[in-house]
Design a protein around this ligand. Sequence first.
Ligand code: HEC
Ligand code: HEC
Ligand code: HEC
Length: 441
Amino acid sequence: MSAGKSKARRIARVALPVIGAAVVLAGVLTWRANDASADDVADGTTAMQALPAPDPASVARGRAVAIAADCSACHTRPGGGAAFAGGYPLETPFGTIMSSNITPDRANGIGNWTEHDFFKAVRHGQSPDHFLYPAMPYTAYVQISDEDMHDLWAYIRSLKPVSAVPERTDLPFPFNLRILVSGWNLLFFDNAPFQTDASHDAAWNRGRYLTDALAHCGTCHTSKNFLGADRSHHYLAGGTLSGWHAPDLTGSAQTGLASWSEQDLISYLQTGSNDHAVAAGPMAEAVEHSTQKMPAADLGAIAGYLKSLPAHSDNAAPKALAASDPVMQQGALTYHTQCSACHTPKGQGIAGMATHLADNAAVRAEDPTSLIHAVLMGAKAARTDANPTGAGMPSFGWRLSDEEVAAALTHVRNTNGNAAAPVTANQVASLRKSLDAREAR
Ligand code: HEC
Ligand code: HEC
Ligand code: HEC
């Protein structure tokens, strides 16, 4: 090894920790400088529990804010935990992060917090004790308005204190060092309030506010870089998380919402399904807990805003694989024996129940993770007031081999108006492994 190279290595070895430390320090300093950032807080010194009871009108408005922001879904332990008492495990590429108890309990909740503490945690990701991981979507909530924050605070104060202690978050080194989040914030967190765009009307701005700030649609629908931050040039163009793909929501013809009307979007968000799609997985949860309970005018605003987004990709459809292709033939056989009873031979499905697979942008998604997931594990549609039974797709993971699943989906992606890259047996095998699905045969 040349002397020059080893010297470069030595410098790198010294330089990396120094650069790392400098980024963290700069992060902390910027944070402190931003601390007074436009937080219009009425009372920064009195703890929640010592304040007079909140105004009921404000509590009611705050409840609507909490629904649109889906606070309870993430802050409630699945399988019957008390609402807002924490313990929902969020799977991230860095390990499992446990959500906190945010009820007004003094010992284990946030009962000793002031309104200022609450604003800082929700909008800027900093609790009185430490930096929060961005699994808590403060990167979106930073855009929540002061009015909505005051109402949200009133609502949280009105909750019954629950003394539950969620399991501790225990990430592996170095992610257990919360101070590193300050460096992450410096690099990736745009600590800026929502800006109204005067070139658009009030409904459009409301739609963008709901999409970006409250309902944080981009936390799933925008893809992430290797440190878990939004790839901003891919805004709402599709992202993959915990074994599901959240599709492109822009106007892309091949993979996006080009063929959806505003009414299609409203029906999907309100009932969990429409003539194109039936929400599964994390989207079924978002519909159940949040969007179905939002006012129709707000759903209309989101729909109008999404339909105004230009296509992220102008990729033309590839040429569909020929029906004579051996994989297509194998896939057609599996489809017609296993799938067509529900999805119909021509892929029309059953409105509001089994997904319409023909000419469906999500079926053509570049990343077929959701399709493989549904076939291997089955899927449960959202249970909503409009559709209380919530149809189910059975799991085929135990019945079909990786090759059979890949061929069936390749067939679905290349018939009845669809054309997309084949699904490979390797893709199925790797998702099967990560989902711990039962081995076929
Ligand atoms: C996508 C899931 C998710 C959503 C949605 C969410 N949170 Fe969180 N929240 C978390 C997680 C995870 C933590 C813990 C983060 C950590 O330990 O660093 C957290 C932490 C917090 C904390 C800090 C508590 C403490 O003791 O440090 C507060 C306050 C909070 N959330 C309030 C809210 C409110 C209010 C909403 C709705 C506006 C909300 N959260 C929505 C996941 C979520
Ligand atoms: C927790 C993650 C998550 C959040 C938050 C989320 N989505 Fe989704 N969304 C998904 C996933 C995953 C799918 C795919 C569901 C499936 O395969 O059935 C999806 C599917 C969709 C679809 C269907 C697209 C198609 O082509 O079939 C629409 C429309 C949609 N989401 C809109 C939204 C909007 C609007 C918001 C914010 C109000 C939102 N989503 C918030 C994860 C999420
Ligand atoms: C018993 C009826 C039934 C059968 C059989 C069935 N499905 Fe489904 N399928 C459904 C229902 C219901 C949904 C909607 C479930 C949801 O979205 O939660 C669905 C959804 C889907 C989706 C969309 C998943 C998503 O991301 O939203 C795909 C792709 C799919 N099925 C493919 C198949 C294939 C391939 C087969 C055969 C191997 C098959 N289905 C067999 C009922 C069925």
